[in-house]
Design a protein around this ligand. Structure first.
Ligand code: F6R
Length: 254
């Protein structure tokens, strides 16, 4: 796991956009996994600023709430239109449909679509305060595939969703995420510090779903100083990143 600690959320999002841009420049028909949430908003803005040619790119969002209409202000369909898809010409954008009657079938369809696209080249992830990636809440199976999850009260409250609106989401599973050829996780702010420390320096455990990224051969974690504050080995991560060979920086877009 590569850990990059930067000064501000703007730095984190600019670096994440540069990594995605590098991936697309290397592979014009790249397949990307994409997050929603507060953290990635400046990331999408930075990506749009780069004016990349995304016409052959395919995207798959990580998750969607069950039962929220596509126009609901909190739906991820709406979020993606507002923050990215209406402002960039993306080849094919896929989102899970949380309105269908047969959610299990929808999840299976999504898995098949990712496989048919050749798998994800790069998945961009945010991090929940309790360590979730996608909506894989604590105790999610590390072998999980796309499926329905019940969201914790903390997750719903953080997203500003009332329990009567929905308590469920469908989400790529942890195994689905780990199937991507590269993972990039971004986290900012002091509220994320305990989850960042547990993900990087804690044991591999389903109680901290993001710790599953320790198993992935190519994961980059980019955090700001506030989110990094509980890490014990900050100096070590800085030393390793400062010594990263130029050819690896070029390959990775870092
Ligand atoms: C959303 C998602 C979630 C968020 C996480 C952090 O698509 O997959 O895992 O990335 O809840 O959200 P923010 O950035 O709002 O703190």
């Amino acid at each position: 796991m590569e850990v990059i600690i930067l000064a501000t959320p703007a730095d984190v999002c600019a670096t994440a956009a540069a990594i995605v841009a590098n991936c697309v420049r290397q592979k014009a028909d790249a397949v990307l996994g994409l997050p929603t949430g507060e953290t990635p908003k400046p990331f999408y803005a930075a990506l749009i600023e780069l004016k990349l040619d995304l016409r052959r790119v395919t995207t798959f969002n990580l998750d969607e709430y069950v039962g929220l209409s596509e126009d609901h202000p909190k739906s991820f369909h709406r979020y993606m239109r507002d923050h990215f898809l209406d402002r960039a010409e993306v080849g094919a954008a896929h989102l899970l449909d949380g309105l269908v009657a047969d959610l299990a079938l929808e999840c299976a369809r999504y898995e098949a679509a990712i496989a048919a696209a050749g798998g994800m080249d790069l998945v961009v992830l945010g991090l929940g305060t309790e360590g979730h990636i996608g909506f894989n809440e604590p105790t999610s199976s590390l072998s999980s595939r796309t499926r329905l999850k019940t969201l914790t009260r903390a997750t719903l409250a953080r997203a500003g969703i009332a329990a009567h609106e929905t308590r469920h989401a469908i989400t790529m599973g942890i195994s689905t995420i780990l199937g991507a050829r590269r993972c990039l996780l971004i986290a900012c702010g002091a509220a994320k510090a305990p989850a960042v420390a547990a993900m990087i320096e804690g044991p591999l455990t389903a109680l901290v779903p993001a710790s599953a990224l320790q198993q992935h051969p190519r994961t980059t974690v980019v955090v700001d100083e506030a989110a990094a504050q509980a890490l014990k080995r900050k100096d070590y991560y800085r030393e390793v990143f400062a010594g990263k060979p130029a050819w690896q920086r070029q390959r990775d877009g870092t």
